[in-house]
Design a binder for this molecule. Structure first.
Ligand SMILES: NCc1[nH]cc(CCC(=O)O)c1CC(=O)O
Length: 308
């Protein structure tokens, strides 16, 4: 492979931080120099509708893939949770990097935790996964849509539109905004999204030299955990119109996978939950654990929860 590559990235502050982080690791650990190609995606432009209504997670990656396809860039850096479960023909994830804190954070200027919010408080989130879990913890809350990049969402909180908002801890930490976190939800309360906190490095499938080089940055425990989480979503037809959470953690060489599914339309319906665990040593075993979790959810009635 060449000693100089171009990284395609979205232009939000978080996306740029992540691309710069990968650029620095390429230089330090692989002796490869990289320049960034910033791009605006449809997912960044359309802020007045929820992602599930405008076409889902793929909106954040399509333009970057176009840049890989026509050779303007060789590598795209993504938050793994924004990467669709099935990549289009011709693309692959060459590496998943070690995960940051996967938890969701409670952010507020006036309240220290969800429990302190007054009856009927307004909480901002456009994530169906967060909305259903918030309502299952606190059915009295009013959850209002909130989209935009992290800075935009924090600004909307500061302008007084919400009593509190929920954001991924990983993004806040990366941007040096950890002080905005008032409380971290434990994963049993607010189960994270598949891949939350991890970075995925996408390349063209025919770029074998780059794949081999990037493989040296990969973090296998994170990869296997995320493969299990993503397999749950894939088995349920994963899209962001599903309020689906999946989170795996290691206990020694055993991978423990928790999943929760909310009703696609009736957000007050009880969440379906499954917990499975197995010794996992490779991607196939991780995916099979994810399929087992999806099977459990089906046995609990997931069929009637999925969009019709
Ligand atoms: N959906 C947008 C998005 N994509 C990645 C992160 C945060 C970083 C991460 O989870 O890796 C966020 C913000 C959020 O969900 O609050």
């Amino acid at each position: 492979m060449s000693n100089s590559i171009t990284i395609a990235t979205r232009e939000s502050r978080l996306a740029l931080w992540q691309a710069e982080h990968v650029r620095d690791r390429l230089a330090r650990e692989l002796g490869v120099s990289a320049t960034l190609l910033g791009m605006t995606t449809r997912g960044d432009q359309i802020l007045d509708r929820t992602l599930s209504k405008i076409g889902g997670k793929g909106l954040f990656v399509k333009e970057l893939e176009a840049a890989l396809a026509d050779g303007r860039a060789q590598l795209a850096v993504h938050s793994l949770k924004d990467v669709p479960m099935e990549l289009p023909e011709g693309f692959m994830l060459a590496a998943v990097l070690e995960r940051e804190d996967p938890r969701d954070a409670f952010v507020s200027n006036d309240y220290a935790s969800l429990a302190e919010l007054p009856e009927g408080a307004v909480v901002g989130s456009s994530s169906l996964r967060r909305v259903t879990q918030l309502l299952s913890l606190r059915p009295d809350l009013r959850v209002e849509p909130l989209r935009g990049n992290l800075d935009t969402r924090l600004r909307k909180l500061d302008e007084g539109g919400y009593h509190a908002i929920v954001l991924a801890a990983a993004g806040l930490k990366r941007l040096g905004l950890g002080a905005r976190v008032r409380a971290l939800f434990d994963v049993g309360q607010m189960l994270p999204c598949a891949g939350q906190g991890a970075l995925g490095l996408e390349i063209r499938s025919d770029d074998a030299g780059l794949a081999a080089a990037l493989g040296r940055l990969a973090h296998t425990p994170t990869l296997l955990a995320c493969e299990a989480e993503r397999a749950v979503s894939r088995a349920l037809g994963g899209s962001c119109s599903l309020p689906l959470a999946a989170h795996a953690h290691w206990q020694g060489s055993t991978l423990c996978l928790d999943a929760a599914l909310g009703h696609a339309e009736l957000h007050a319906s009880p969440l379906l939950r499954s917990s499975v665990a197995a010794a996992v040593g490779d991607v196939a075993a991780a995916r099979s654990l994810g399929q087992q979790a999806a099977q459990r959810l089906h046995e609990l009635g997931a069929g009637s929860y999925l969009p019709g």
